[in-house]
Each structure stands twice: as structure tokens, then as C-alpha cells.
Write a protein that binds this ligand. Sequence first.
Ligand code: IVH
Length: 693
Amino acid sequence: MQPSLFDGGGSGNAPDAADWRVRAAWLIAELNRHNYAYYALDNPSIPDADYDRLFGELQTLEQLHPELNTPDSPTQRVGTAPLPQFDQITHSIPMLSLGNGFGDADIVEFDRRVRDGLDTHTETEIDYAVELKFDGLAINLRYEDGVLVQAATRGDGSTGENVTSNIRTIRAIPLRLHSDNPPKVLDVRGEVLMFKADFARLNERQRSAELKEFANPRNAAAGSLRQLDSRITAQRTLRFFAYGIGILDGAEMPPSHSALLDWYKTLGLPVCKERAVVKGAQGMLGFFGEVGTKRGKLPYEIDGVVYKVNRLQQQQMLGFVSRAPRFALAHKFPAEEATTQVLDIEVQVGRTGAITPVARLAPVFVGGATVTNATLHNEDEVRRKDIQIGDTVIVRRAGDVIPEVVSYVAERRSATAQPFVMPTLCPICGSEIVRLEDEAIARCSGGWVKCPAQRKGGLQHFASRRAMDVEGLGDQLIDQLVDRGIITTAADLYKLGIVKLAALDRMADKSAQNVVAALEKSKSTTLGRFIYALGIRHVGEATAKELASHFGDIDAVIQASEEQLLEVADIGPVVAKSILAFFSDQLNVELVEQLRAAGVYWAANLPAETKSKFLSGKTFVLTGTLPTLSRDEAAALIEAAGGKVAGSVSKKTSYVVAGAEAGSKLTKAEELNVSILDEDGLRTLLESDHDKN
Ligand code: IVH
């Protein structure tokens, strides 16, 4: 990078006017080049801090020498004084909307209409340009002799609003086209949108400034673009993708839609890279499927894909029906958001006693399914979003994510709306609900002993696939078993017989047999799964595995002190305290005992004859001081995996595990070519069998 004129040094003479001008022109070109690389090419060319430094220098230069100011300087993107209102602009060519299709049949039908319209009942398939349907706002950008002179919203399609000063703040939009020979007039059409990450950042800022949050990126983009004060727009990161054209004067129209977008790219306009040219209905449906799978990973929101007949000549032949072109179709995903009414707000009690407010909703079809409940997360969230009973709300269900209430519709709140009141007693067991000062979650204090909801949640967790993996023991079966008082703890599961199970609703002899067999099978498990199945708060699968490999034995985990727990990788004070609290409850220790008595086992407490063969026949010799394991601990781990620990090295020794200050045994091992492990190596060896036992 060139040094700044303000860096000092140099000859010490004040640079003359020509220098300023050259430097300013260089800075403008440089900043525009970096903007182009970042927004149009998606390939940043300098770190943000360097960009900001160049930008600052140009700003200072322009303040000192106002005569340098040019309309395409990047400093012109900071916004101007507020407008009293937006002027109306009549579009020279109307901005149309798109016809919609939802299922495969609609697409096949669209292709047929296109063929009919073109009178090509031949074998040749139509080429379609396929692209994304961005969830933002349509905009028309007018460039005259390559300079952005005006920007207008779509409005009603014929007349829109002049949002030029707002659009000028968007770094993704070039203020001047990259061309030595730009068209006299070019209307670029495309979508202004906000990326998901920028949306999240904006809402975080709104939250900390105690301002209203935006419901979704589209609303945030619309709200930002329709600011009369463009200095506010300048603080929001908006993006732009070009996808269409209005007037073109002084250049030849490219022959196809794809060629138009290629040309736009050379002009420095951002064009989304998720596009293609495909053949016929099959090609379009293939693209729809591909986009569907990557939708969630895209950095911005889309609500479908758009198909456009690629050849512009064919587009012209097809023309328009009412306000939509016959050459294009939007293939929409099922809406992920819908409005409905909150009938009630109830609370649910989770397996750890966590109280979650849940909105009971008037049934609504959203994200491809009918939704009747949506989570409100916790009490603070209900207050923050100010959701009340009776409100009309926006509900969101994206992919497999649990449906949630996004916001209420303020204009539709009635005077009879009722605020949510957090209950003080658990609705299931009547125990007190407590919320610790530094926690967002309120909990039922009954524990699983008193609270059937926690008992059910705990049992569901215990039986789940990644825990004890009891196939066929579903939520409804657990509900019945608990409600009828047949079982209280997980250990009771192993006392269930076919007769008792078969007597339950929706159970027959065969399904009862299957459950009993699945329970029997689940008895053979791993220590990691067993610890996870206990449902200790904050102990997820990974932590459970860590505990298992660190301690090698459940009794060691039960007896571990806080300091010992903190030695385990990834365990911090919160998790350590939670484990201590769990095992300080005698009932939990008894549960472990009862489960073992019921026949649950894992590698280290296997009955001798079924002991894992994994290290059997292997002889180990320990020497020196290992960094974290005592000699006894290391020996216990080896023996638990079936290995033997011997006192001296011979040709029969499989491994020597050597720590600090290892002596003659290590030398001997080297002489005899015996494999030598350090502590990490030993752990890796022991863990290599995790999947198998
Ligand atoms: S083309 C002549 N292409 O969808 C066709 N529109 O319902 C004019 N949109 O108002 C639009 N992505 O805001 C087109 N790739 C895309 C689009 C797109 C989103 C929006 C646009 C327009 C609406 C039409």
C-alpha cells in the first residue's frame, strides 16, 4: 500500500495541488476496487482496517479540499441530511411481478405454456436461466454515462419512491460502472437485501440500544431502505444482486439473460453466483432440488427460485399477461413464516425442571406443516418480545427447527390481550418454581422424585438413541408407564415384563416383546453412554465421553472432587458443580447402583467371560512418571480393556508406557524393539476401541 500523504516524513515540503488531486483519484480508484472485490467478486482484497485507513485519508483530503469532491467518491456513501419525504418516480418501463408455482406440476405446466407460446412443439428443449428468488426489495438503478444518478423502489410497479441517497450508501452498489464506454442510459434491476449475519448484528445493536428489533432480514432491509435519513441507512449493511434490466440506450442488448448477467459482472455490478442455464422442466426441477438442500447454508434468505426463458428474443415473443411476464416463473418454497393467533401461553416442564413458556396457537400451515404450538424460550424472551395471550403473531418454522414466535403484530393487538404471568408453582407437581439470579431459566424445584414431568423427561432421555438406545420405548409409552405409577426410575424399566407392557394402550404382545428385548440389549453399553443417560445437567454426549475416558469407572466419577473433575478436558466450574450436585443426591447414587444391579454393564465392569477382548493377550510395562495418570490409574485402564500389566520388559512385552525419568526398562524396550508409548499414546490406544465397546 502507498504511504498516506498524512503519514509525515518525506521531503517535509507541503505537497502541491496536483499531488492532492492525484492522491485523491488514486484513493477513490483503490477504494472502489476493493469494494468491487468484496461485494461483486466475493473475494476481499484487503483487511477491513486497511480499507478504513484509506477511507479516512480520503475523507480528510476531501474536507481540506472540497473542490476534490466527486459524486463517485466512496465517501459519498455516508448519507445526507434527512428528506421531508420521498419523491415519486414513474418507471419508464413498469417493474413487473412474477407468477408463482409451488409443485412439480406447476413447473411442467409452465414449460408447456412456454413451448405453446413459442410454437416449438419440436424435440428441442427450452433453455432456462435459473436463479434464486431473493427475499428483499426490488429496486431500479439508473446509470447515465456510467454514473449512478437515480434509484427507485418498485412501489406499485408503475411508480416508486426515489431512494437515491439511501442507495448511494450501499457499498455493494457501484457509484460508477466499470467501463470505458458505458451505455448512455442503463436501468439495472435487482434486489436489495440484508445478509443474515448483518441482520443478527443489527438486531443485537437494536437490543442494546433498547430499540425495537426487526422480525426478519427482509423487514430490516425494507426499514433501512425507507429511512428518510440516509445517515441511518449508511449504518446498516445492505447488499444488492442484479437480475434484470429496464431501459438500455447506447449499447447492444445481450442475446440472453445469462449473457446480460455476465455483462453486469464486468460492469462491477454484484450478480449472485448461484445461477445456471438448464434445459426444460427437468432441468428447472433439478435446480430447485439443489437449492433446497443448500438453502439453510446460504448467507442470505431466499423464498424460492426463479426460472426465466434464457433467450431475450424468445422472452419478447412470449410477452406478458396482466402484470407478470409469461417467460418467467417463481418456484416458491412453502412459506416459513405465517401469522396466527395466540390462544394461550402455557408452561412446559423439561427433564431438568426447566420451565419453558409455550404459545398455544390457532392451527396454521407454515414451513410445510401445521403448527399448533411454538416455543417462547423463557420468561425474559416473552417480556422482550411482549407477546400476550390473544395477540396476532408471526410464527416461524424453518426446516427441522422447533417453531417459534417471532413477534406480535402491533396493529392487531386488542384491548383484551392478556400479558403472560409466570406461575410460581410447577403446574405438574405443585413444587415451587425457582429462578436463580444469574439464570434466564426458571426451574421446578421438585426434582424427578416429586415431578412426573421431570421423571418422564429423564426417562425419555435415558432411553434415547444416543443414550441407552432402547428402541420402541417411545414418549407415549413412557407417559403411560409414569402416569399409571408402573415405573418411577430408570432402574424400574428393567423390571418390566411382557404381560405388564402388553396391557398398555396401543401395545400388543409382539410390541411388548420387542420392548423387553430392546431393554435387554441396552444393558450392554459403554460408560460414556451410561453417564450421558443419567441426564446430569450440562453433561452432554461429549462431556460424558470425556468423563468416561478420564475416570474409566463410574465409582471414580461419583467420588471425584471438584479439583479432579476440573482436570478433565473441557470441564469448567459450572459443569463440575453440576456433576458434584448430581452425585451429592443419594437418590442418584442409588439409581446408579440399581441400574448395575439390574444388569447394566460396560467394558470395565463386564463379567469376566464377556470381558472385551480388545487388549487381551497384550502385555504392558509401565515406567517413569506419567504426566497425569498415576501408575495405578494407568494399570486400571489397561486392565479394564483386557490388557495385562507386567513388572519387567521381555520379548513378549507388547508396549512399554514410559513417563518422565524412565530408566533401564525404557532402554531395554528400545533394545528389544518393543513399541513405546507416552501417556497420550496410551490414551489414543485405549480410545481407539471406543466405537466397539
Ligand atoms: S425478476 C419481470 N428475479 O420477486 C420479472 N425477481 O414477484 C421481474 N425477486 O418484485 C422480477 N428475486 O422483488 C426477479 N431473481 C429474481 C428475483 C426477483 C427476487 C422479487 C422481486 C420482484 C418479485 C416478483
